[in-house]
Design a protein around this ligand. Structure first.
Ligand code: GUN
Length: 303
């Protein structure tokens, strides 16, 4: 069994990005600028956003964090987004999810200008990704592709089972694994909470991507010998023995599943760190106008 070491890969990729930033600076160009918008005080969201901001610093990006009160109105948040859409100093921005219940997340995602949507959540980016057109790709699936690529894991002709159909991970992941590219060219099965006899599918899988958010859900009896197992789960559970008072659990029963795998990603130290790096890569793409020209900005009026 080989561990898919997200920490090692993330460090490697951050060094590569830092080198690009150095060249951008040396050429006298503007350094990439990522803005993160955090609404409310959700503990997990605060941790994730802090990690994104810290990673920006590590690679030499400019970053700005806007912390907004949890009772901000939907209209106030839309106004903030409109300002960011039209702020030329900002290459890309994210609105950390989940949002408080009184705010419609779909409406918020739609308000973000596609060319600044470095999360890749806007329907324009999802649609472009689906059609294999240049676009920002949602950070977690993008990080998993990078992981498969850098570990040289063969995916062509393999059966990939994705567990979970969320807009952020399961759905884009399943589309990316089947597309005509490397990594890709898999036969893909999407399983979800309504799938009957899930083990029937996972036992046939060469690659399993577990993204359902249920700690230790995937057990050894559900995994074929030699399978590649990617764990996307990051559930916080209370643990008084740790400094923070909680620990992170993946969707995979790592201790037992690892004995059957060819490759497995751990939690923590796996996909989570790749996700942050993907966001940096998307921000760099935004700064370099790789997918969209900056002149394409539009305001709320045009939505
Ligand atoms: N909440 C959980 N994952 C993500 C993510 O990748 N981006 C944003 N904006 N919110 C999240």
């Amino acid at each position: 069994m080989q561990l898919l070491d997200g920490k090692k890969l993330a460090t490697e990729i951050k060094l590569e990005i830092a080198e690009e930033v150095r060249k951008i600076k040396a050429a006298g160009k503007k350094i990439p600028h990522l803005v993160a918008v955090l609404v409310g005080e959700d503990g997990a969201s605060q941790t994730y956003v802090a990690s994104k901001v810290k990673s920006c610093e590590e690679v030499g990006f400019k970053s700005t964090l806007f912390k907004l009160k949890k009772d901000i109105t939907e209209n106030e948040l839309l106004t903030k987004i409109n300002l960011l859409n039209n702020d030329d100093s900002v290459d890309g921005f994210i609105v950390q999810l989940p949002l408080p219940k009184h705010i419609n997340e779909e409406k918020i995602m739609l308000a973000i200008a596609p060319e600044k949507d470095v999360d890749g959540f806007h329907p324009t980016n999802v649609g472009r990704m689906t059609l294999n057109l240049p676009s920002y790709v949602s950070a977690t699936p993008k990080g998993i592709l990078e992981m498969l690529n850098r570990y040289n894991i063969e995916t062509e002709g393999k059966h990939c089972v994705v567990i979970g159909r969320s807009n952020i991970v399961g759905l884009p992941m399943s589309l990316l694994m089947q597309r005509r590219s490397k990594p890709g060219n898999c036969t893909v099965t999407i399983c979800h909470s309504k799938t009957n006899d899930l083990a029937k599918y996972t036992l046939q899988a060469d690659i399993i991507i577990a993204a359902l958010g249920k700690p230790k859900f995937l057990t050894a009896d559900m995994v074929k010998k030699g399978a590649v197992v990617i764990d996307v789960g990051i559930t916080r559970v209370v643990d008084a023995s740790t400094k923070s008072g909680f620990k992170l659990l993946g969707d995979v029963d790592f201790e037992h599943v690892q004995k059957k795998c060819s490759y497995i990603s751990p939690v923590p130290g796996g996909v989570g760190l790749m996700t942050v790096v993907s966001l940096l890569q998307n921000t760099l793409s935004a700064a370099k106008e790789e997918f969209y020209k900056k002149s394409m900005s539009f305001g709320l009026d045009e939505l």
